[in-house]
Write a protein that binds this ligand. Structure first.
Ligand SMILES: *[C@@H]1O[C@H](CO)[C@@H](O)[C@H](O)[C@H]1NC(C)=O
Ligand SMILES: *[C@@H]1O[C@H](CO)[C@@H](O)[C@H](O)[C@H]1NC(C)=O
Ligand SMILES: *[C@@H]1O[C@H](CO)[C@@H](O)[C@H](O)[C@H]1NC(C)=O
Ligand SMILES: *[C@@H]1O[C@H](CO)[C@@H](O)[C@H](O)[C@H]1NC(C)=O
Ligand SMILES: *[C@@H]1O[C@H](CO)[C@@H](O)[C@H](O)[C@H]1NC(C)=O
Length: 338
């Protein structure tokens, strides 16, 4: 894979986003925001997504390595424990908690230069940590007719449904985790990419859900963060609302995945390329910009900590990494105390 291609890929509104305020933290003025390193992976682990268990442990996926890792961020110098190796895949994209301590994730054989999976290789799995002593890993279904499930989210209330962002065709898919039945739940011109070349070919990208019945998502190519209500079956149940526009935060900002609280309130944090974390007020769309080119290295995803008051005030951000020659280095997880 060519480094330039690898990241080249990444490279009607609710509140009147043009007018919404932007405030700086860290490098954009407003004082430094301390960013702590939590864990750095060895070279060439393109870290892609994160979910947090109720016991505070971080579950981390890589699109270029086929292992699911667990990291305990509450200890000094944590290690990354392999939970499972998905042997028939080359990497993992989205991961989401479905019911307490049961997670669903997506594997595939990835063509990383094009950020697509080879047709027919996407698979949905569950990892059940309630089965002791070892987590139980179960195959749910193969997806015959999509080339990318990027971010995934549990349905806001229906625990049978996994919802997945198809960045290529501009759709949200549903997967019934009990039967393995799947199909497109809805699609929209607001979910599509703007082109087919890296840089423009990822439409809906990050995906999370929150109460009462909403999906929150980013569209990287169309440069916005928005939300949409869904019904019990995952069908679209209202107009898509644009909440913020990444170009307002900065001309080079490319939104990726999102940390959203289950309540669907407060500030969401968007991991953004090339070196940003952007806080967006759900009340008014105003954006707080954290820019740090030494600690934020192609941020791919974000999640709030869990398990204690201190953890709930901590934002974890996964770094895709940066290229040094042909090697991707400094991929991992960093933390910001909010
Ligand atoms: C980036 O983060 C590091 C670690 O917190 C900090 O020392 C540095 O000052 C930050 N840089 C900017 C530009 O804020
Ligand atoms: C991997 O693929 C091979 C060949 O298709 C199949 O026999 C095997 O069961 C698969 N393993 C898993 C873990 O899916
Ligand atoms: C994908 O395949 C499923 C299962 O065969 C089918 O129900 C669905 O209509 C297909 N969707 C698309 C977008 O091709
Ligand atoms: C975001 O802003 C850019 C630049 O002004 C514009 O091209 C784009 O259409 C906007 N996106 C939305 C969804 O408003
Ligand atoms: C937007 O809401 C946030 C709280 O979420 C508040 O701090 C900020 O001042 C508000 N900004 C504007 C422009 O109203």
């Amino acid at each position: 894979m060519k480094p330039s291609l690898y990241f080249g890929i990444l490279a009607a509104t609710a509140f009147g986003v043009e007018a919404a305020a932007v405030t700086g933290r860290g490098g954009n003025g407003g004082g430094n925001t301390a960013i702590r390193n939590v864990f750095t992976f060895p070279p060439n682990h393109f870290i892609e997504n994160i979910a947090v268990r109720s016991n505070s442990k971080l579950l981390i996926t890589s699109m270029s390595v086929n292992q699911l890792w667990s990291i305990d961020p509450t200890v000094a110098n944590p290690t990354a424990t392999v939970i499972h190796t998905f042997s028939n895949s080359t990497g993992i994209s989205g991961i989401a908690e479905i019911t307490p301590d049961l997670f669903a994730l997506v594997t595939g054989e990835w063509d990383l230069a094009n950020t697509r999976a080879y047709l027919g290789t996407l698979q949905v799995w569950t990892v059940d940590f309630t089965k002791h002593p070892n987590p139980q890993v179960k195959f749910v279904t193969g997806i015959a007719n999509s080339t990318i499930f990027n971010g995934v989210a549990r349905h806001p209330t229906n625990p049978r449904l996994l919802l997945a962002a198809d960045s290529a065709i501009g759709a949200v898919w549903r997967v019934d985790l009990m039967t393995g039945a799947y199909g497109v739940a809805f699609s929209s011109p607001l979910l599509t990419p703007t082109g087919t070349a890296p840089g423009t070919h990822l439409g809906i990208n990050g995906l999370r859900s929150a109460l009462p019945s909403h999906l929150y998502f980013t569209n990287s190519a169309q440069k916005f963060f928005g939300k949409v209500a869904v019904d019990w079956n995952g069908n679209q149940a209202g107009a898509i609302q644009v909440i913020s526009n990444s170009t307002v935060a900065g001309a080079d900002v490319v939104y990726d995945d999102i940390a959203v609280r289950r309540t669907g309130t407060g500030t969401v944090w968007i991991a953004s390329h090339p070196d940003y974390a952007i806080g967006v007020s759900l009340a008014n769309g105003s954006q707080q910009v954290i820019k740090n080119s030494t600690m934020l290295l192609n941020p791919t995803s974000a999640a709030f900590g869990r398990g204690s008051w201190k953890e709930e005030k901590t934002l974890y951000i996964t770094n895709g990494g940066e290229f040094v020659g042909m090697d991707l280095v400094n991929e991992g997880v960093v933390a910001i105390d909010l």
